[in-house]
Design a protein around this ligand. Sequence first.
Ligand SMILES: Nc1ncnc2c1ncn2[C@@H]1O[C@H](COP(=O)(O)OP(=O)(O)OP(=O)(O)O)[C@@H](O)[C@H]1O
Length: 361
Amino acid sequence: MALDRNMVLDTLRRVATPDGGDLISSDTIRALEVGDSSVRFVIEVADAGDGQAMAPVRDAAEAALRSLPGVDDVSVVLTAHSAPKPAQAAPSGDAPSLKLGRHPTSGGPEKVAGVDRILAIASGKGGVGKSTVSSNLAVALARQGRRVGLLDADIYGPSQPRMMGVSKRPASPDGKTIIPLQAHGVTMMSIGLMVDPDQAVVWRGPMLMGALQQMLGQVAWGELDVLLVDLPPGTGDVQLTLCQRTHLTGAIVVSTPQDVALLDARKAIDMFGKLKTPVLGLIENMSSFFCPNCGHESHIFGHGGVRDEAAKLDLPFLGELPIDLDTRLAGDAGTPIAAGDGPVADAYAQLAAGLVKGGIA
Ligand SMILES: Nc1ncnc2c1ncn2[C@@H]1O[C@H](COP(=O)(O)OP(=O)(O)OP(=O)(O)O)[C@@H](O)[C@H]1O
């Protein structure tokens, strides 16, 4: 029997919480993602004390879900808004620590000083070209005179340093703020520049949420018209933290036209809906392939699926980008294709112009 969301919700409704209610009525479940045989979600509680009390609840939920037929992967992350006090909380007025991966602070959505708009660039499935689109769109917007920032929040696989051709560790002259780097007219910062590139990042929920908050709050972004945030794929902790703690203008979802990618894109769109983050539009990447020898157009991952999906969901379709060897080579070489001339650079320029015209970027 295929796993479905209602079955998961029913199971979680039978998991008791210390206050006498159940896991669903406790309203602590965030970013629930039900796959064919997998369940992932975050239990978010107010503080470390509640976190301790909820640890057995998390274990019970995991056990209950694992006992469901067909479930072979369960991931439940328990996170608290604030760190235990006084042991780990920084005294007020202290310089923020530049050590990444600290505990997140609590509070509602905050603006980033000097930044007019923050756009999350998201995808449901990995490898659909979200980072490629983010870097190229950032460069294309900068070429149109916009003041653009690019934050690589793909904590598990930061690729912007390579795609934007930067590798220098950012400086922090006063030990408080992090000075971002500049590349191709874009102000950029990546979690990949703060950690050893050869070391896998194995942070769990609270640590990576803290790191993301630092990237937004401690980096001296300066005055920006728009900050693009390149998210990791999927619907996990980073997305949740960004939507809940940052004043986002909205999200742009990148997908290939392939059914399997669209399926995951729908989940991402659904998550943004639940988190009340407006989805500003969809982009189709790897749309067509033009043979460099004979010019024949083929549709390796299909074509038009994202446009159709946007129409179905009544969301704007922002544009399509071809599958193109030079795009890949340019990304690998650290100069996004949008920095040059040619049909793909033109496609990005058109995409950027549309966003500027629509007041999105
Ligand atoms: N339109 C395109 N044409 C050719 N290659 C592309 C295109 N878009 C992306 N790629 C290549 O596909 C690979 C994956 O792209 P990218 O890293 O941008 O995807 P992603 O969705 O950000 O992946 P991840 O899930 O790792 O974050 C890269 O090697 C990139 O150069």
